[in-house]
Write a protein of this length. Structure first.
Length: 54
């Protein structure tokens, strides 16, 4: 059974944090765009080869 990855980006003060239900987390960022990019890159890394993205 495959575990679904659900990534969220949260704000705490002037920092944003991307984290996933699988336990992955990105470093704190001041840039919301960079946190979103971290999340997108994580999902791309976890996507099996040849599987279409939704």
């Amino acid at each position: 059974m495959s575990r679904e990855h659900q990534v969220t980006v949260d704000e705490r003060g002037s920092f944003t944090f991307a984290h996933c239900t699988c336990g992955w987390s990105a470093p704190a960022r001041r840039s919301r765009d960079r946190s979103r990019r971290d999340a997108t890159e994580h999902l791309a890394e976890e996507q099996p080869a040849g599987t279409p993205r939704p």
